[in-house]
Write a protein that binds this ligand. Sequence first.
Ligand code: GLC
Length: 550
Amino acid sequence: MDPATAPWWTRATAYQIYPRSFADSDGDGIGDIPGIVSKLDYLERLGVGFVWLSPVYASPMCDNGYDIADYRAIAAEFGTMEDMDRLIAEARARGIGIVMDLVVNHTSSEHEWFRSATGGPDAPYRNYYVWRDPAPDGGPPNDLESSFGGPAWSLDPGGSGQYYLHLFDPGQPDLNWHNPRMRADIHATMNWWLDRGIAGFRMDVIDLIGKEVDEGVTANGPHLHAHIREMMAATAQGRDIVTVGEAWSATPENALLYCGRDRDALSMVFQFAHVTRFWDDAHGKWEPHPIELTGLKAVFDRWQAALSDDGWNSLFWSNHDLPRAVSTYGDAREWRVRSAKMLATVLHLMKGTPYIYQGEELGMTNAGFDDISQYRDVETLNQHRLMRAADMSEAEFLAGARRSSRDNARTPMQWTDGPEAGFTTGTPWIGVNPNHATINAAAQEDDPDSVLAYYRHLVRLRREHDIVVFGSYTPIAPDHPNVFVYRRDLEGRALVVVANWTAEEVAFDPPGGMEAEGRCLVGNVAPRTRIDGTVTLAPYEAFAILYEPD
Ligand code: GLC
């Protein structure tokens, strides 16, 4: 990527807002758009370039808005279209773009299209969804499973006897991407939003829209990239937007199909190889394996290499579907602050666009729930039912959920040490983490040693140093089990990033050629300007040194 012509989003850091849990302005216990507007100064101070806003559209909320009933209306609990327009305008005035979540693999079963599609083959909009006759025994047409557990097929509520496809909850029927009329309606909706001034789209499970269900193919289907390119041709022409494709199935081999420069496709791919690497073959995220650093580094190294000259990476530790970063990769107790900063250092100085998930910049931790009644997430509750029926004990399930449930990331944003963490004056829809007494934005706001201050600094480094944005990436000591080290190079300058991934002191012998004195750009223990000879790193220590020619 040529710095002179690179798009704006290459220098930007993204911030993800899960509206339900961000800030509640009216005391109903649910975060809302006016609440977000009231926190824009906070985001401006953090320095982020765009906000990925999880869905705020009209929805029965069976999956907290990832089940959309009307693409052109705002859910009453989140506010009004006027609030939305105000958010777009006020964010823009602070140099922040609003990126909407585009959930078009499926709609809600309460979308008007689906309501008119039920009942029989001649129903209007029938062909907007995926219908199949039952198997000879009357059961589902095939054995495709929903990501939330159980069959991916449910009977037509209109009584036709056919089944409809839902790769997620039965309340999320899959759209039929073979239908050009449906596709044109989606494109029109995208243009409608872009004309309102949003900065782009994050595209939910976009790798599923090319599915061929009769062949059992869901991800990465044969027409996937044709659909993406058609969509971009119909919406992105002449607009300077950012488009981010969520693709659990993306590989280093096919990533450029999503975001290669000459593809007229997406800005970047949002893939999960570093996450799924530690999932269990049989039980997935519910029984994760311990994080092992050389394996983790190998994933990042591969992806950095795959998109080194073309394409663009999304960089993230957490989002609304994943447990909290510091609880998963760091030490949420003794070394919480330092390990949160270490994780941020490693991620934010790589090549790609970093994503901060709300609260990560405070070092927020997992929810710590110990009873199933505290959980709200449809996936967690489904899995609980299924795994209990399959003989898993309650204690075992709860242990898995404490580590992996999506609700770990969905407890309210911790603004203050006051009642309900300053998130709401009412009763929050999901429990607030009691550790807001010590972990909260107010306490960190003016503290130069806070996790928040550290994140602000990293965001600024990306804006100020081309080498952070465009420098090439080379792993150093990839086989070292305890340190994460890499360098970036751009036009004779070098940036070396060193991190101790453990709670112990670790000795690291840098390779030759690093004897020079450099400039410390960031560090979570004490500034370091040299790494010649053996370096003894403090627990979770991380730093970055910039070397510039005289
Ligand atoms: C994506 C979303 C997730 C949602 C699913 C179905 O993975 O991030 O929250 O449940 O798609 O829309």
